[in-house]
Design a protein around this ligand. Structure first.
Ligand code: PLP
Length: 381
């Protein structure tokens, strides 16, 4: 049905063989392959530890819980994000305080707006590397240090992205990644938390599996059958079949992200040459930001023009999406907090359309998509 989907699964025989190998090994729950995946991901991130979990939402929950975030606490996060960011804060018993983005060109959390919203109840900052564009971690770390706050990075879009030469996910107490099917690397469902704090890693590993002092793999290794439960935790465990797929995907991440950047560059170049009135957030990337190009957002002059472009592209077999309807616009959020206004987020969300982006996209596909969008603009003026 689609000539170009928003994203495509980038699997070949390496993922298949890797998964078969895990099944053949006779051990499919968390064991040696999960440990190897964690170690490889920590190396990529430049952190001392990585903790694999069942999805990115569980990663956020586990990071916040393990940092002691709970009832009565406030956590600052952008409203321009997937609902999981705020839901994780709510499920810890804390309150998400929503922050505006920097500008239409830079859709990451505005550190100045965050600073103005810090109260005596604020415990943590939760920036999102939207689209794989690193947030301004220098300003965010400065603010956290000045006010004694923890930082959790929502790096669901950002494996392999860097800010000032340092990996996203390594700038904070904990970096949270997602390996959902549409992400830069995928294990179908899956997540990872990176940290260089050994005590936090220990607590996350404990709470990941019901607060138990030993797991099945430990017992398989010949450790005693007895265990204690130190505190009530969760089942957020990962497994060795998905870890095997993750290792195969991780080996391709650099190549994938390089191709994603080439596609973004081609989009930017063609749109710029066409002299459209679109805003292209990826076209003015500061030197200190090396994005992972997870999605390609463009902004139309108005919401109506965005909607008619979406319709026309769909009729032409080009799948698009909107990232995101802001969290403060959702019914569930309005029931807990009203009258939140974030003008730049609202303008961005009203005008944003996400175009297809995945490593195996061809140049002719990109050219077709750009021509279709330019046609929409010509019709509109
Ligand atoms: C920004 C962001 N945060 C968190 C998540 C949650 O990840 P998962 O779907 O793996 O639970 C996602 C996934 O779509 C996301 O895009």
């Amino acid at each position: 049905m689609w000539k170009a989907r928003l994203s495509e699964l980038e699997f070949d025989e390496t993922e298949l063989n890797s998964a078969l190998d895990a099944i053949d090994s006779g051990w499919i729950t968390a064991g040696p392959k999960t440990q190897a995946f964690e170690e490889a991901f920590a190396r990529l991130s430049g952190t001392t530890e990585a903790v694999a979990v069942c999805n990115g939402t569980a990663a956020l929950m586990l990071a916040l819980k393990s940092l002691g975030i709970g009832s009565g606490d406030e956590v600052l996060c952008p409203s321009l994000t997937f609902v999981a960011t705020a839901a994780a804060i709510i499920h810890c018993g804390a309150t998400p305080v929503l922050v505006d983005i920097c500008s239409l060109q830079d859709p990451t959390m505005d550190p100045a707006d965050a600073e103005s919203k810090v109260t005596s109840r604020t415990k943590a900052l939760l920036p999102v590397h939207y689209a794989g564009i690193p947030a301004d971690m220098h300003a965010i770390v400065r603010l956290a240090n000045a006010r004694g706050l923890s930082i959790v990075e929502d790096a669901a879009h950002a494996p392999g992205a860097k800010f000032a030469g340092r990996a996203c996910g390594s700038w904070s107490d904990a970096g949270c990644f997602s390996f959902f099917g549409n992400k830069n690397i995928t294990t179908a469902e899956g997540g990872m938390i990176t940290t260089s704090d050994p005590e936090l890693a220990r607590r996350m590993r404990l709470l990941r599996s019901h607060g138990m002092t030993a797991n099945s793999w430990d017992r398989e290794q010949g450790r005693p059958a007895h265990y204690d439960v130190l505190e009530f935790g969760f089942n957020y465990r990962f497994d060795d079949i998905r870890a095997a797929i993750g290792l195969a995907q991780l080996a391709k991440l650099e190549k994938f992200n390089k191709r994603r950047q080439e596609i973004v560059d081609r989009y930017n170049q063609l749109f710029t040459e066409s002299e459209t009135d679109l805003i292209l957030p990826f076209a003015s990337m500061p030197k200190d930001k090396e994005p992972s190009c997870h999605i390609y957002p463009i902004l139309f002059p108005t919401s109506e023009e965005r909607d008619s472009a979406e319709k026309m592209l769909r009729e032409n077999g080009i799948q698009t999406s909107i990232h995101y309807r802001p969290i403060h616009d959702f019914k569930a959020f309005k029931e807990i907090q009203q009258n939140v206004h974030l003008p730049i987020t609202e303008a961005f969300a009203a005008r944003e359309l996400t175009l297809p982006l995945y490593p195996s996209m061809t140049d002719p596909q990109i050219d077709t998509i750009v021509s279709a969008v330019v046609q929409c603009r010509l019709r509109a003026v």
